[in-house]
Design a protein around this ligand. Structure first.
Ligand SMILES: Nc1ncnc2c1ncn2[C@@H]1O[C@H](COP(=O)(O)OP(=O)(O)O)[C@@H](O)[C@H]1O
Ligand SMILES: [Mg+2]
Length: 398
């Protein structure tokens, strides 16, 4: 029978769940001491009243960029408490435009912004005013590539520096996209990339150490043995070297062991967890996609399941789709959803974004096949994805 008494008296194998969450920032970050030292060196002039050079950090997901920056930020705020400095962290996935980013930063100075909107000129003037009082402001733009009008933002902040007398504003950009640099306006590029820092994916041995450190704090003694840790590290390094994935996997394995009333996490639990985590991650990725991206992905899934109408005729496998037929399907679905389809220029952007997220792969067809076209293929099992997308796109209509 269900009862709180019984549930609460169950012994947990977890000592501290929050340690295993992706938001936890450990005091020590093995294999990243040098990166942390370097970031500190770059931002340190702000603590002496001088403007730091802008910094750009990039590397694949889960290489520790965000947590290194948060680690530095904690120490920076502590060291700068009595000084005219500030550091603001903005996640550009959430605050994804110049206006929203400026608003988020200036809220710290103008609490009224919480209630009513002010125009960009007001926010800009306020920024210049504050920094002209001598403040050295460091703005951290995490997932900077999600900013829709980044060139404008960089321009605005750069121009602000020309007007500011006394203090300054500098930027730390962080991106998971390795090729991001190429898509920037040359002026923004040279401004943002005054200093560059690369984060390499972790090796299996490094992941092992990171997992051990977290398991020690997150689980009760002797719950997770080294074999389960090694397997988690091995699986992760094979896939991506993404520390977030590794932690998620270990956490899930723990949940599975717990649900089965076991007091140890075994290799078997890690294997079971692997399948669950993959589905969870796909759901998460798909659900956080903007609508137009979802519709394009839906078109690709749907056509993948039914098979391309043209590919076989041209001697390709029918899991390969022609970019043009996907676009036609996309237009059709938009019509069903009563949305206006975007131009094919936007459509190419969407394909590019979906590829960066690992959801699809694209290849040029080479000459001769209906002129020159792009071939599109699902990165994963389309049926499972189709279900997720249906829920997200059509549930309010059914
Ligand atoms: N060197 C490290 N030591 C301990 N934990 C780490 C380390 N690097 C990353 N992590 C953990 O992995 C997860 C992902 O790191 P994060 O900084 O968010 O990666 P990124 O921003 O590069 O995608 C976080 O939970 C973080 O605490
Ligand atoms: Mg990050």
């Amino acid at each position: 029978m269900a009862s709180f008494d019984r549930i609460l008296s169950q012994k947990s194998i977890f000592r501290n769940l929050s340690v295993l969450s992706p938001h936890y920032v450990p005091k020590e970050l093995p294999f990243r001491e040098q990166h942390i030292e370097e970031i500190m060196t770059v931002v340190s002039p702000a603590l002496k009243g001088q403007k730091p050079r802008n910094l750009f950090m990039y590397g694949k997901t889960g290489t520790g960029k965000t947590c290194c920056m948060k680690r530095v930020m904690e120490d920076f705020l502590e060291a700068g408490r009595e000084k005219k400095t500030s550091m603001h962290y903005v996640n550009c996935r959430i605050y994804n435009s110049r206006y929203r980013i400026m608003q988020k930063i200036m809220k710290n100075y103008v609490p009224e912004l919480e209630k009513s909107g002010f125009g960009l000129p007001f926010l800009y003037e306020k920024l210049v005013e504050i920094c002209s009082g001598g403040e050295q402001m460091v703005v951290i733009l995490d997932e900077i590539d999600m900013t829709k009008d980044l060139d404008e933002l960089v321009y605005t902040l750069t121009r602000a520096n020309d007007e500011i007398n006394g203090g300054g504003v500098s930027m730390v950009g962080i991106s998971n996209k390795l090729s991001f640099k190429d898509s920037l306006d040359p002026r923004s590029k040279s401004s943002l990339y005054e200093t560059e820092m690369i984060f390499q994916p972790y090796t299996a041995e490094q992941l092992q150490r990171i997992l051990e450190q977290r398991a020690e704090k997150g689980f009760e003694k002797e719950v997770v043995n080294s074999s389960a840790i090694n397997l988690t590290a091995a699986i992760t390094s094979q896939e991506s070297g993404d520390a977030r994935y590794a932690l998620k996997l270990l956490n899930k394995a723990g949940e599975i062991a717990q649900q089965n009333g076991k007091n140890k996490v075994t290799d078997e639990d890690v294997e079971t967890a692997r399948k669950k985590v993959e589905v969870d991650l796909t759901i998460e990725t798909v659900n956080t996609l903007p609508e137009m991206h979802q519709i394009v992905l839906y078109a690709i899934c749907d056509l993948s399941v039914s098979g391309s109408r043209y590919a076989r005729l041209q001697g390709f496998e029918n899991s390969m789709l022609f970019s043009g037929e996907v676009y036609e399907e996309y237009e059709k679905i938009c019509k069903n959803l009563r949305k206006r389809p975007r131009s094919s220029r936007w459509y190419k952007e969407y394909l590019n974004d979906l590829e960066v997220l690992g959801l699809i792969t694209t290849t040029p067809s080479g000459k001769g096949v209906r002129g020159q076209t792009t071939l599109v293929r699902m990165g994963q099992e389309p049926r499972c994805m189709l279900d997720i997308l249906k829920k997200s796109l059509f549930s309010e209509y059914s």
